[in-house]
Write a protein that binds this ligand. Structure first.
Ligand SMILES: N[C@@H](CCC(=O)N[C@@H](CS)C(=O)NCC(=O)O)C(=O)O
Length: 221
């Protein structure tokens, strides 16, 4: 039996939950190692050896260490091409893979910047008893709405972002979108757009993602 891979970080972290969703889709055994961020464990020298920026997640597969959630997901898919959801990263088709990469980049470069500000402002700041910044909220709501106009057109042409199959590109959006819909109470951002709303309903109800949400609930209780 292969040694389970190790994921370091709390499941509530958006970047950690991206990796967990990928592992569950690929049916890869893993061990989640809690990192107490409130106590600054992610800034300790031992942790910086595997994540030099002092962020979560960090990932280990035997002697290999990796950071950056989207790169970790790509590695998991490449290494375990024949396990679980085989098409998650396009299988052996270079064009399918390039299309998935294109939309993973769109997530990281266009969707993530405004949505992560909104997640922080609307979901985390109140929990951390920090003041919200209304200007930053408005600016990033407008930016995200523009990004989602592109998504709305794309999702009018295909069922998922990179084509007619669920892929790593769709999966990468789950963590921020989930916080916006639930904790930040901004379901309208997605539901107000016909195709985006349909896409969100479909991707957010996958078994893999429901398991991640269960892990988050268990960890927060
Ligand atoms: N681009 C990185 C982002 C990692 C990241 O921002 N992690 C956050 C939690 S979601 C973190 O560790 N924040 C604490 C810090 O930056 O000190 C990835 O996708 O892995």
């Amino acid at each position: 039996m292969a040694t389970p891979v190790k994921v370091y970080g709390p499941p509530m972290s958006t970047a950690v939950s991206r990796v967990l969703a990928c592992l569950l889709e690929k049916d890869v055994q893993f061990q989640l190692i809690p990192i107490n961020m409130a106590k600054g464990e992610h800034k300790k020298p031992e942790f910086l050896k595997i994540q030099p920026f002092g962020q979560v997640p960090a990932f280990q597969d035997e002697s290999i260490s990796l950071f950056e959630s989207r790169s970790i997901c790509r590695y998991i898919c490449e290494k375990h091409a024949d396990k679980g959801n085989k098409g998650l990263y396009g299988g052996t088709n270079p064009l399918a893979k390039a299309s998935i990469d294109q939309w993973i980049e769109a997530e990281g470069q266009s969707f993530n910047p405004p949505s992560s500000v909104l997640v922080f402002q609307l979901a985390f700041a109140p929990r951390m008893k920090l003041n919200q910044d209304p200007k930053a909220i408005k600016l990033n709501e407008d930016k995200l709405a523009k990004v989602l106009e592109v998504y709305e057109r794309r999702l009018g042409e295909s069922r998922f972002l990179a084509g007619d199959e669920f892929s790593l590109a769709d999966l990468s959006h789950l963590p921020n979108a989930q916080y916006l819909v639930t904790v930040a109470d901004r379901a309208e951002i997605f539901a107000s757009k016909k195709n985006v709303g349909r896409w969100w309903d479909e991707i957010s109800t996958r078994d893999s993602w429901k398991k991640v949400l269960e892990m988050q609930n268990t960890a927060s209780n």
